[in-house]
Write a new protein. Sequence first.
Length: 146
Amino acid sequence: MEALAARHGVADAVTFTGHLPAARVSEFLHAADAGVLPFTAGVTTKSGALLTMLAHGLPTAVTVPDEPDPALPLGEAVAVIRARRDPAAIADAVAPLLDGSGPGRRMGRAARRLAARHSWSRVAAAHRELYETLAGPGRPPGRPDA
């Protein structure tokens, strides 16, 4: 990756950190202007990388998977990279996030709201609700009635 950055003349603008502790990653995300996840297979709300960026209020551009995630509000909380493995498509998706006007800030606010819906406490509450629906309120799943 470092050789590729050098070959394209961006080595002075790109930092490869290797593994970092979560607190340091958070510092970098708070300092960033935008996030970009140009994954070949696309991105869904199951992506920890995406949810972490969104929780930091980072406007983020993503590629869409073949089977889109209905929980991912494209254009509202994330920008869409229209073609995979296409640098021009990535640039087109990221440019509006960096221009300092409305789209980036609006997406940042929507990003935080989306991430909050996928917090661990919300996930746990949804699981509990599902278990109670299946097993009945106050009854642990898998235990027969006494």
